[in-house]
Design a protein. Structure first.
Length: 70
């Protein structure tokens, strides 16, 4: 995973946790705008989420942040 994607994921998770608490769930689409303006980055996130970690569609933001940080 690229450093840029790691930083983006952590930033989004922190924002969601601050807004809605530690139980907030997210999907990998949370890291992107509704418009698919960066398909390569989207595929990188999808591969990490689905193939590498076999995560459900929605996961706790805190769990995703921890996975990215370690």
């Amino acid at each position: 995973m690229t450093t840029a994607l790691k930083h983006k994921i952590i930033e989004v998770c922190d924002k969601k946790i601050a807004q809605k608490g530690t139980k907030v769930g997210i999907s990998f689409y949370a890291f992107f705008k509704n418009k698919n303006d960066n398909p390569e980055l989207l595929m990188e996130a999808a591969t990490w989420w689905i193939e590498t970690h076999q995560l459900d569609h929605f996961e706790k933001a805190i769990k995703i942040k921890e996975l990215v940080q370690h």
